[in-house]
Ligand binder design. Structure first.
Ligand code: GLC
Length: 802
């Protein structure tokens, strides 16, 4: 018989029609149409939620990404021919007839409108929403998508998959964050589609004026956010989906990984090399070969005869072990975790109710249904032995979930064949059986939740470290993520910047890419460039694939090793700033890496710049991401900029060609900049000593120093120290104020070096209103002066007179 393509079923797209009833409830308004329901809610004055369903009732949402449960006040006006839903900031207009909506801001400007003649449509088990794109509208966000920062003229799919290095540029990807940001002059809007099933967002790929959202399911849950600046938008989005967990300090150090370090001996030798070569190291990773035949929660005793001893020895040196855990359990009843999972009935089922099996590293596996609370409890419990061996962090890999139908096995290597990206499985969510296609994008996130339960059980009181490959909106509450299996090529080094920046715009700060690249061999030059930039990744891990060239920092010759040492040490010296930025991300939701347009929203030259970025408010990094280049063009936005290395001053707006030999990462500090370093590259908090670098600017700038014990939750009980640092630069004087200490953490008096980077020489310097004698002032040049103080917990004031 000839093979025939199945005729596609005819789509019967229909809008919601026939408004029959309007109910004003305390939390929002419900509209009853003959063919469905709509619920409109003022989440905050600047956030409205629209739940639109084709069924008679609004089902309990599958996704639990949104943690903000409060509703704010609203007013409903029933006008002739339309309904008007009002918050303090927004006006949603619902015209008579089929359900559609338009949104206006507080100045009556139309900020969101239907695409004429389209709007909201439902099919049997899918939906479509069509919106109009304004001619001057630019789009950003959407999480870890590969490619340019600007998301226009493309179609994006949200369906967590193991992209793999060969298809690394492709869509969909490991993580799905359907948060689209639109910018038009000073109008910043966000669309969060809280949909964990298959979803597509088309940002004008076919018609430049058409924004379309397609999804599987019978209900659309949209949060529409509006504000007047990008920082507030990101803060508000993270208010909705939650803010970053505060990582333990050790997890901000340099991490060394490899698929795989094959034995205990290899790791011991590796650590010795780092020590001998004086390269700071905070964690070593155990990839799949530490397990007995890749079975999770087991250890290969031949390769790792004394994992506990190894962990203890490493810990004495301040180095942690992080172990990989995949979501599949080897499906053999002689393997206890599987047997227990089977007995406890916590495995994913097929639509027919049978156990679902597919292949993962150990062979045939069954997969834990992390949506079930009892499955998460089971999973947490299984970690007991791992934690007993002294493992400090857990790496959740393959959790899109990824598995395959066949594989080739060659010695140490497993080569997957025929990946299964649309398994016909179902999940138990509460009392409901939910098809995988409606919730897949939450699977990995739920695994991280289960893993955190393990930390709570076996490391009570200690902050967790979970590294996850997959996630959904809100993943920052649970885990750090990395961008997956990239390639040791310059273009992947470059793209790591836009990926990290875009994730940051979606509230995910703790991110990194595999430094040096995962697949293929890394060249000496590439490694040098990658470690320079990677030393500033929020998550700093060098990782590489089996059979590739060894990628530890000392494998590329003396010169590159020297470069690696210099930048890794700089990262550790920079930790006081970085840790304070993590605190800011935890409390306010702002990302650590920021696109230039977040800090300079009025400058239209920077809308597309993605090879330069800001760390916090003051530091601009302009890495070399091109092979063979020893210079690059750097764009300086408005204001004065200090070259971090040479102190040369650049005045923006301007574009300047900067020399950047192999060992040089161009770093520039914005006028008014406040950076905090420690003199030595140590991993010990409270910091032993502080160095404040202060760059002359115009007017007031602020930063703060946050410290605690770096590992417990005591900061929640007030055991921390928070000091605001305010720099005020005026014509006749510059003053620095360090606010009185907030918090109950005791810190002994220690040295603070205050280093002022100036454009002129001060005549007099006062400390706490007293004139400082000349011998207390160190002039490093006529433009840099240093003063050392030993502050107590009260306010500190330094004034420089000119
Ligand atoms: C996946 C991961 C990679 C890991 C490998 C073996 O490809 O993305 O980081 O090394 O599996 O576990």
């Amino acid at each position: 018989m000839l093979w025939r393509r199945k005729k596609p079923e005819k789509k019967t797209l229909a809008p919601l029609v026939g408004l029959e009833g309007i109910e004003e409830k305390e939390e929002g308004v419900e509209l009853r149409y003959i063919s469905g329901r709509v619920f409109i809610q003022a989440v905050l004055p600047e956030i409205v939620r629209l739940r639109i369903s084709k069924s008679e009732f609004l089902p309990k949402p599958i996704s639990d990404a949104v943690v903000w449960k409060k509703a704010s006040s609203y007013k409903l006006n029933r006008e002739l021919n339309r309904l008007v839903f009002l918050t303090d900031k927004l006006k949603v207009v619902i015209p008579e007839g089929e359900f559609r909506f338009e949104i206006f801001d507080e100045n009556e400007r139309l900020i969101n409108r239907d695409f004429p003649g389209a709007g909201v449509r439902f099919d049997q088990d899918s939906f479509q929403v069509h919106r109009y794109i304004f001619p001057d509208e630019r789009f950003y966000g959407l999480g870890d998508k590969y490619g340019e920062l600007v998301r226009s003229a493309k179609s994006w799919i949200f369906w967590n998959v193991d992209v793999g290095w060969k298809k690394f540029k492709k869509d969909p990807r490991y993580t799905s964050i359907p948060f689209l940001i639109s910018v038009r002059r000073d109008i910043y809007c966000g669309w969060f589609i809280d949909h964990s099933g298959w979803l597509k967002i088309d940002v004008g790929s076919k018609f430049s004026r058409l924004l379309s959202i397609y999804g599987a399911g019978k209900e659309i849950d949209i949060y529409f956010l509006y504000c007047r600046d990008l920082k507030t938008l990101v803060k508000n989005f993270t208010l909705l989906v939650g803010r970053s967990f505060l990582p333990p300090l050790w997890s901000l150090g340099y991490h060394q990984s490899r698929y795989s370090y094959f034995s205990q001996k290899e790791i011991e030798e590796l650590v010795q090399e780092f020590e001998k070569r004086d390269i700071p190291l905070s964690a070593v990773y155990l990839d799949i070969h530490y397990m007995d035949k890749f079975k999770v929660f087991t250890v290969d005793k031949k390769r790792f005869p004394d994992l506990k001893g190894l962990a203890e020895n490493l810990m004495k040196k301040g180095i942690r072990l992080v172990g990989i855990i995949d979501p599949g359990l080897y499906a053999d009843e002689s393997y206890k975790p599987y047997l227990r999972a089977k007995i406890e009935d916590v495995l994913c089922k097929t639509e027919q109710g049978e156990e679902y099996q597919a292949r993962l590293w150990p062979g045939k596996c069954a997969f834990v249904d992390f949506f079930q609370e009892k499955a998460r409890e089971f999973w947490a419990e299984e970690h007991k032995s791992l934690f007993e061996t002294g493992i400090s962090g857990i790496w959740n890999d393959m959790n899109e979930p990824s598995f395959w139908k066949m594989d080739l096995r060659k010695g140490e290597l497993v080569i997957p064949l025929f990946g299964e990206r649309h398994p016909k499985i179902v999940h138990q969510i509460g009392e409901f059986i939910v098809p995988h296609r409606h919730c897949r994008n939450l699977y990995g996130q739920k695994e991280t939740v289960a893993t955190i339960e393990a930390f709570k059980k076996f490391m009570p009181g200690k902050r967790w470290f979970v590294l996850s490959r997959s996630g959904f909106a809100g993943i920052q509450r649970y885990a750090c993520i990395w961008t997956g299996d990239n390639i040791s090529r310059f273009e992947y080094l470059a793209s790591s910047i836009s990926q990290i920046l875009s994730l940051g715009l979606c509230g995910v700060s703790f991110v990194g890419a595999d430094i040096g690249g995962f697949a293929l061999d890394c060249s000496d030059e590439l490694f040098a460039r990658w470690i320079e930039l990677g030393a500033f990744y929020p998550f700093c891990r060098n990782h590489s694939a089996i059979t590739t060239r060894a990628q530890e920092p000392y494998r590329f010759g003396k010169d590159v090793e020297e470069i690696a040492r210099k930048y890794i040490k700089l990262r550790y010296r920079f930790l006081p700033t970085l840790y304070s930025l993590f605190w800011q991300s935890h409390t306010e939701g702002l990302s650590i890496w920021r696109p230039l347009f977040m800090e300079f929203p009025k400058d239209s030259c920077i809308w597309n710049i993605e090879d330069q970025f800001m760390i916090g408010e003051f530091m601009m990094i302009a890495p070399v991401v091109e092979q063979g280049a020893n210079k690059r063009k750097v764009y300086f936005p408005q204001g004065k900029w200090f070259d971090y290395w040479s102190e040369e001053i650049f005045c923006g707006p301007d574009e300047v060609e900067i020399d950047a030999e192999l060992d040089h990462l161009p770093i520039f500090i914005r006028e008014g900049g406040i950076l905090i370093f420690q003199p030595q590259p140590k991993m010990k908090i409270p910091w032993e000593a502080i160095e404040l670098d202060l760059y002359e600017g115009n007017g007031k700038t602020k930063f703060f120093l946050f410290e605690d014990d770096g590992e417990s939750f005591d900061y929640l009980k007030g055991k921390y120290s928070l000091r605001e640092i305010i720099l005020n630069c005026l014509e006749e004087k510059i003053s620095l104020t360090i606010s009185p200490k907030k918090g109950k953490l005791n810190i002994e008096k220690r040295s603070w070096i205050l280093r002022f980077h100036l454009t002129r020489s001060p005549v007099r310097i006062f400390y706490q209103k007293n004139l400082l004698p000349k011998e207390k002032i160190k002039s490093l040049s006529d433009k840099i002066v240093e003063v050392e103080i030993f502050p107590d917990d009260n306010e500190q004031k330094i004034e420089l007179e000119f």
